[in-house]
Design a protein around this ligand. Sequence first.
Ligand code: NAD
Length: 438
Amino acid sequence: MKKKYVLVGTGGRSSMYLEAIAGDFTETAEICALCDTNQTRMDHRQKLLLDKYGIGPVPTYKAAQFEQMIADIKPDTVIVTSMDRTHHKYICRAMELGCDVITEKPMTIDAEKCQQIIDTKKRTGKNIIVTFNYRYSPRNTRIKELLKSGIAGQITSVTFEWLLDTSHGADYFRRWHRNKNNSGGLLVHKSTHHFDLMNWWLDSMPKTVFCMADLKFYGKENAENRGVTEFYSRVRGSEIAKKDPFAIRIPEGSLTEQLYYDAEHEDSYYRDQSVFGDGISIEDNMNVMVRYENNTVMNYCLYAHAPWEGYRVCFNGTKGRLEFNVVENPFVNSDIVEDFATPGMRELMTDKKTMVPEIIFQPLWGKPVEFTYEVKNKSGHGGGDMLLLNHIFLGAENDPLGHAAGYLDGAKSILTGIAANISMKTGQAVNVKDLVQF
Ligand SMILES: NC(=O)c1ccc[n+]([C@@H]2O[C@H](COP(=O)([O-])OP(=O)(O)OC[C@H]3O[C@@H](n4cnc5c(N)ncnc54)[C@H](O)[C@@H]3O)[C@@H](O)[C@H]2O)c1
């Protein structure tokens, strides 16, 4: 029998779920209603389902009518893809009203809301899936297999560097994510993926966290200190923005224009704010030290204005060292920035290959060995999205590596970032056990 789904939060991320239910998973799933604070975005999604898949018109409910929607539709599962700050409200209320939940990361943004989710889950006995698509990416899965095989022995320490480039990284500073109250900052909003990977790879969870982090690049004051004198608040209608390589370019007729420019009259959600404006309360350079329950220690850093995007992870073990180098985007193509590139540099920049092998293991006494992996589909996040969707909509019975993630994984993945947020304020290390009771 088909399961009935409703979805809350009809912005960019909702596409993956709506198109999956309406496309590849029609035999097991049915989308029955949409909910959001913004009617224009819901109407857009409703039209997509109707025009592209012949489904609907699916009823739409404003956020204040969430309970009415549950009463009318009686869904099996609520999919939560709204702004991070609101996740806990929908997760908890959905479970209280008898529904299971599929939620986007981060499960929530602070310890209090996390506790509320844990308590409600235990009280209601309903199920929560947290959609950690990075786990499913074939290369990240290969690392899990290698570590599980014991090739590197016991992992004593890890260095983990994640770079967000001046396109993707900058995007977190253009809209709601830039306000820590909405997103928990990048150490929660973004790093929940990275900390989840590390918990999963190490089969452990954080014990003690220490962090130093700052806003050093984005924001008006930082730009002023670098000598910038011309500012604008948003791209739309700004002449100054035309000279700023960090300004988002939203093409006419694009999906982004329809979802955001066409909808902004309802809620003043401006998708194109200047990254060099005032009022940014998140960090762009973050350094975190974590001791895990299994005694591994990790040095992690994230920065959000890198010239290329990707990550490097090195696992130091009692039998050798496993290195993992991923280039997701080798450079950022800005018309303005590219003018400065010499032809030789351009050639280098378009070479998508890493200078070093992606996955390499060096035993303590012997030659390095390179490992490969297979990408079986072209879906997002290195082919991970489709594998995740299969688990969600067809079931995760066959899951030898434990890809499927529930509320405990969701909680453990945000606790490093939540602890780091406390640590960067107090200057003290934080015991994760003091934050929530499982
Ligand atoms: N796993 C991934 O790779 C990935 C990628 C992108 C986004 N996400 C997650 O998906 C979620 C949505 O991100 P997005 O990029 O689609 O953002 P978005 O801003 O495009 O969409 C968010 C939607 O939530 C709605 N909303 C805001 N407040 C609401 C409320 N109180 N009640 C109901 N709806 C509300 C907004 O109107 C908007 O339509 C976030 O939690 C984000 O972390 C995950």
